[in-house]
Design a protein around this ligand. Sequence first.
Ligand SMILES: C[S@@+](CC[C@H](N)C(=O)[O-])C[C@H]1O[C@@H](n2cnc3c(N)ncnc32)[C@H](O)[C@@H]1O
Length: 261
Amino acid sequence: MNLIDQNKLAWDQKVAVHVESKMYDHSSFLKGRNSLPLIDQELLGDINGLSVCHLQCHFGQDTISMSRMGAKATGVDFSQEAVEFGSRTAMDLGLDTRFVHSDVYSISEKLSEPFDIVYTSYGALCWLDRLDLWAREIDRILKPGGKLIIVEFHPFIYTYDNSLQKLEYDYFQSDAIIEQELGTYADREDKNQYTMATWNHGLGEIFSSLNNVGLRIVDFKEYDYSPYNCFENMVEHLPGRFSFGHIKIRIPMMYSLQCKK
Ligand SMILES: C[S@@+](CC[C@H](N)C(=O)[O-])C[C@H]1O[C@@H](n2cnc3c(N)ncnc32)[C@H](O)[C@@H]1O
């Protein structure tokens, strides 16, 4: 099995586990909770009436949250299980959120109309081996004047092991990092074993891939916390703000990046 198919299998398996997890708290989501972290809601701003394409949308909570905020939202993911679950949820909630089954590298073949906003977040880029193709697809599906919004974990974090104890991985993209993981970030008690391949991308590589297709960076911020408790050894320093308990200095945990076409 090639690495991408292996990842797809792992993500298909994770959908059912994540839907039941405390972290994704699907029952409160069904009752109306907006699953988007506050940072993301602020960056998105007033999206009422705008078309938004959410890349790597997983099982759709954030995409559906954008529909609830008034957007014409489309979620894209290469996991069939994820997009089917998202579509069923939207239908059950009486919302018109659309879900499209596609690899990130071929979305422009599946979507005919361009979007006002392309959004992608938290743990998306590490699954991609070709940021040049990713950027090319974003450019193809954005309207002229449209905006790309990325909110992501900082590449600094990905140079360490999952508990931020040991410097372990290249900051710059190199070969795939292939790992076996017991359980998932959303449910550490999960007994499934997943084999997955990820790729590290430094900030320079991310900026250049967007710049090379003509997307203009208009805003970039780094944050010293994560809105998710998704790594080991994290503590909630302030409500909704997690960082590593054993690290007493401020390190970059995530970043947001906005580009204009
Ligand atoms: C960590 S999740 C994104 C998390 C999302 N922000 C959330 O919290 O729900 C990563 C997603 O990327 C998807 N994915 C990974 N590689 C992909 C690819 N090449 N094309 C499309 N989707 C991909 C996976 O199926 C998974 O749903």
